[in-house]
Design a protein around this ligand. Structure first.
Ligand code: HEM
Length: 350
């Protein structure tokens, strides 16, 4: 990517780690992310940026991840993304290491290849990195709600966690709030598992109940159940999930399911890496983000999106709109949870 669109390097590092960078060049990559050599007012250094979907193992995944990174950077910085396609894939000029580096060097030659072939529902290219509307429901959901995603991502709680400056109490509180959210969500999601059309959305490996208990035990001790409390927004969020489930409104359950689990499988993977690094956790403490048993995260997300697309085809326009509204509501609940957490801390500090 140093060749065709060198400016993308600057965009990516400005969005993820070096906001004041004045020059940037990709110098390496591996299964977990890319490395950029950066110049900023503090001097010269290297910045690592993790692949958005987590660790990769296949050559075509590099292109997809670079594309996703480029688009995530554009979103974050409020810069319009190029219309035609992604940044040039592959690391021209990057001193890449090992098998993945070699794969990257060949990335452009395979530039048109879609990791899942051209025959899937989305055609060639990475469906979610393309700014044009490809007509799929999964794309429509993502684009209609990406502003709400930005609001959640931009809260002080999320930013502090990502910048590795949130005290352990803030992270612990996040896990506590997740516990109450997932208690409601996973009870509701049993309805998906019982429906053959949606069972694939909710495999056993997705269920987080046990992992949350594991994390809370480490963070709060054996008697964690006596110590946890939901903030008001979490109570309202869980109530809304229960309401949708009681109504038996499957697209509504999926709206909440999508917002949380796809987030855990995307930005959540980045959060886990930062938290691990900041607090020196191995697995316990961040078990919630460990989806090893799910297999390839990228493939699962692709399957998930295909099911969303099929669901979209079975709904009429007003039902689709209602579901998108529910996704937006889910994002707002998350944002409000983070704001409540922040307010709690502020009132404790006064
Ligand atoms: C520090 C906070 C966050 C960061 C850095 C972050 C980052 C990202 C990135 C880079 C992607 C794109 C992945 C891709 O294109 O494959 C993504 C997707 C997503 N995120 Fe986040 N995220 C954050 C917080 C959240 C929160 C709080 C939620 C909701 C609870 C959320 C829900 C989602 C969802 C549902 C997607 C999938 C969108 C789609 O492709 O349809 N994220 N996130």
């Amino acid at each position: 990517m140093n060749g065709d669109h060198p400016e993308d390097n600057l965009l990516i590092v400005r969005a993820f780690g070096a906001p004041d960078a004045t020059a940037s060049k990709m110098v390496g990559l591996d299964a977990h992310g890319g490395t950029w050599h950066v110049t900023d007012p503090s001097g010269e250094r290297e910045v690592r940026v993790a692949w958005p979907s987590g660790a990769i193992s296949e050559r075509p995944e590099i292109r997809r991840e670079v594309v996703a990174l480029y688009h995530a950077a554009c979103e974050k910085l409020g810069v319009p993304a190029r219309e035609e396609h992604a940044p040039s894939a592959g690391a021209h000029g990057a001193h890449a290491h090992g098998a993945h580096g070699d794969a990257a060097a060949h990335g452009d030659a395979h530039g048109a290849a879609h990791p899942h072939g051209g025959g899937d529902a989305h055609g060639g290219g990475h469906p979610h990195a393309k700014p044009e509307d490809d007509g799929t429901f999964s794309f429509a959901i993502r684009s209609a709600t990406w502003g709400d995603h930005g609001d959640s991502e931009g809260t002080t709680v999320m930013e502090d966690i990502m910048r590795m400056r949130a005290p352990i109490e803030v992270y612990t509180d996040l896990v506590v709030q997740h516990y109450f959210m997932y208690e409601a969500l996973e009870a509701a999601a049993e309805q998906l598992a019982a429906d053959p059309r949606y069972a694939a959305l909710h495999p056993a490996a997705l269920v987080r109940e046990q992992q949350l208990a594991e994390d809370l035990e480490l963070l709060l001790g054996e008697k964690w159940r006596e110590k946890v409390q939901a903030v008001p927004a979490t109570k309202a969020y869980a109530d809304r999930i229960r309401e949708v489930a009681a109504e038996g409104w499957l697209p509504g359950i999926i709206a909440h399911h999508y917002t949380r689990y796809l987030g855990d499988l995307s930005g959540g993977q980045m959060i886990a890496k930062r938290v691990k690094k900041q607090h020196g956790f191995d697995r316990a403490g961040v078990a919630f983000y460990d989806f090893t048993e799910l297999g390839s995260i990228a493939e699962f997300k692709q399957t998930y999106r295909s099911i969303l697309d099929e669901l979209g085809e079975s709904l009429d326009a007003s039902e689709r709109e209602r579901m998108v509204d529910e996704v937006r509501a889910a994002y707002r609940f998350n944002t409000e949870v983070f704001l409540d957490m922040q307010n709690d801390r502020q009132s404790l500090a006064v």
